[in-house]
Write a new protein. Sequence first.
Length: 234
Amino acid sequence: MCAHVLVAEDDEKQAELIRRSLLAEGHTATVVHDGAAALDAARSLGPDLVVLDLMLPVVDGFGVCRALRGGADPEIPVVMLTARSAEDDLLLGLELGADDYMTKPYSPRELMARIRTVLRRSGRGVGTRDDDPVVRAAGISVDPVRHEVRCGGATVDCTPAEFQILLAMAAEPERVFTRRQLLQCTRGFDRASTERAVDVHIMNLRRKIETDPRRPVRLVTVFGVGYKLSGTRP
């Protein structure tokens, strides 16, 4: 997956680290250091994804995200970076339309994995290393182009919200997703959903991909945290 990523980060060392990591992944990157420049670059360059620090000068990350969502390309994916760990700040970022967030300090490898997941979920970027867009994990294949799920060779009918949840989890097998994170996967498909509704989506998916939904071996509950897709890539 090759994408043009706009990095809005006022810490020049952090911005350069992100830029190098993106280049190593096969992406191209434009780096800016304040919110006004981020908005100008987003309008003129039309990036595939924005990595957005919340604590930007001139216009902060909240203001940038709000403007992006009200602009010409309101569906542009946004991954927020924040030194703030307060739940209210994180919730505000998600409510403004951020697709994912990471709290500093973070691992550059994890950030790249998050970017890959958001790009796959959004359908942005161009495949370069692998022309096969299908995501495979735990004996399941998820095709974001054909919008098709297969398990054990059989086609699985999924609702749009179920498909987005499964696509995100298959892209990062063994990663534990919170209900809030899985809820964000359904944005645009299930606007009336709540965190508790995620449990219903998981229950329905288990009926479709588990041999015994009461004893799941693929969609596993991690008590007190959320869910993960367990199993090695085929």
